[in-house]
Design a protein. Structure first.
Length: 318
C-alpha cells in the first residue's frame, strides 16, 4: 500500500477520578449513552453510528488514556503498522480488539510526547442513529497541548498521513479527512489535553445542548460563538467534573485538497478575532483557560497525591 493513512477520528479515552460520577455527567448532561461497562471502564456512544466515542477509565490520576483513529480496512492497519516499524516506532503487531469495545482489528502507537494512540478498522457500528439533534453525533476533533510542535507535527503527518490545514499562530490544525481538523496541536509547556470537541448536527441542536448544560448548572466557559479562525466552526466550551475542557461544535469547514492553508498572520488580521460572533461569553473565562492548558487536571492530580501523602503520614505518625 503506497500511502497508508488514518481516515477518521473515532474518539478519546479519559482517566477519571470517579467513574460513576463521570459516566452520570456524560450521560445526563452531555447526552451520550452508556453502551457497555467492563471492570473499571465505561463505554459511551454518541447519536451517530460509531460504537463508542468516549471511554472512561477509573484511575488514581486523571488524564488522557488513548486517542482512537479509524483506518479503512485491515490491509490499511497492517500497512500503517509496517510504516510505524519502518520509522522506528515501538509498537506491537495488530491484533483483534475486545468485543466490548466493538471488536475490530488494530494496533497502538505512542506519539513523541507520550500520548497513546490506537489505529483500528472493522469496529462494529450501530445500525440505529438517534435523530435528536440536541445530542452530539461524534467526536469532531481533539486538541493536544504540545511542548515540541515540530516533533508532534512530523509524527502525525509522516506516520499517520495527516495533512496541514492551517496555523493560527499558536495552534496547528491538521486533517485526516474532509473535516478541517481532527487534531490540533497547541503550543504549550508540556503535553496535555487542551480540549475534546463533540459534533452537533446544527446550530439549533448545539444551542439546545448548551441549554441542557446550563440548566444543569454547568457554567458556559466560552461562547456560544463562531471562531474567526481555522475551521470557522461554531463553538461552546465547558469544563467537565474532572477538569477536562469539552466542546460542543458544529459547522466545521469541510475541505478537500484544493484548500489553501493560511498562516497565523492571516487569521490574526481578521476582524473580531477570536470570534466572528459571540454570545454570552466573548472570551474564555479564566477557569476555561486553565482547563485548556491542562492546569485543572494537573492541580487535581497534585491535590489527590498530596492528600494520599498526608493520609500515609498520619497513619505512620499514629
Ligand atoms: Fe475546538
Amino acid at each position: 500500500m503506497a500511502d497508508p493513512r488514518v481516515t477518521g477520528l473515532r474518539g478519546i479515552e479519559l482517566a477519571v477520578f470517579d467513574l460513576a460520577a463521570s459516566a452520570a455527567f456524560y450521560k445526563t448532561c452531555w447526552a451520550l449513552e452508556l453502551v457497555g461497562q467492563s471492570g473499571d471502564r465505561a463505554f459511551l456512544r454518541a447519536a451517530g453510528a460509531e460504537h463508542h466515542v468516549l471511554t472512561l477509565h477509573q484511575r488514581p490520576r486523571a488524564g488522557v488514556v488513548r486517542v482512537n483513529f479509524a483506518a479503512p480496512d485491515r490491509a490499511s492497519v497492517d500497512a500503517l503498522h509496517a510504516k510505524a516499524q519502518a520509522l522506528g516506532a515501538t509498537t506491537h503487531a495488530p491484533q483483534a480488539l475486545m468485543k466490548e469495545e466493538g471488536g475490530g482489528y488494530g494496533f497502538e502507537i505512542v506519539t513523541p510526547e507520550g500520548q497513546l494512540l490506537r489505529v483500528s478498522s472493522d469496529v462494529a457500528l450501530h445500525a440505529d442513529v438517534d435523530p435528536d439533534t440536541a445530542r452530539p453525533t461524534k467526536v469532531n476533533h481533539v486538541v493536544l497541548n504540545a511542548a515540541d510542535m515540530d516533533l508532534q507535527m512530523k509524527f502525525f503527518c509522516d506516520m499517520l498521513g495527516f495533512k496541514f490545514s492551517d496555523c493560527n499562530g499558536h495552534m496547528n490544525f491538521i486533517r485526516c479527512s474532509a473535516n478541517h481538523h481532527s487534531i490540533a496541536l497547541a503550543k504549550s509547556d508540556g503535553p496535555s489535553l487542551n480540549h475534546v470537541a463533540f459534533e452537533m448536527e446544527d446550530i439549533d441542536g448545539l444551542m439546545r445542548g448548551v441549554g441542557r448544560m446550563r440548566l444543569a448548572e454547568h457554567e458556559l466557559g466560552w461562547g456560544v460563538g463562531r471562531h474567526a479562525g481555522p475551521g470557522r466552526n461554531v463553538f461552546s466550551y465547558f469544563v467537565d467534573p474532572n477538569g477536562f475542557a469539552i466542546e460542543y461544535t458544529t459547522d466545521v469547514d469541510q475541505v478537500d485538497d484544493s484548500y489553501v492553508s493560511r498562516s497565523g498572520e492571516y487569521w490574526a488580521n481578521l476582524p473580531l478575532r477570536p470570534c466572528a460572533w459571540a454570545g454570552a461569553k466573548m472570551m474564555a473565562t479564566p477557569r476555561m483557560r486553565e482547563a485548556m492548558g491542562g492546569k485543572l487536571i494537573a492541580a487535581a492530580n497534585a491535590a489527590l497525591a498530596q492528600s494520599c501523602d498526608d493520609a500515609i503520614s498520619n497513619k505512620m505518625a499514629g
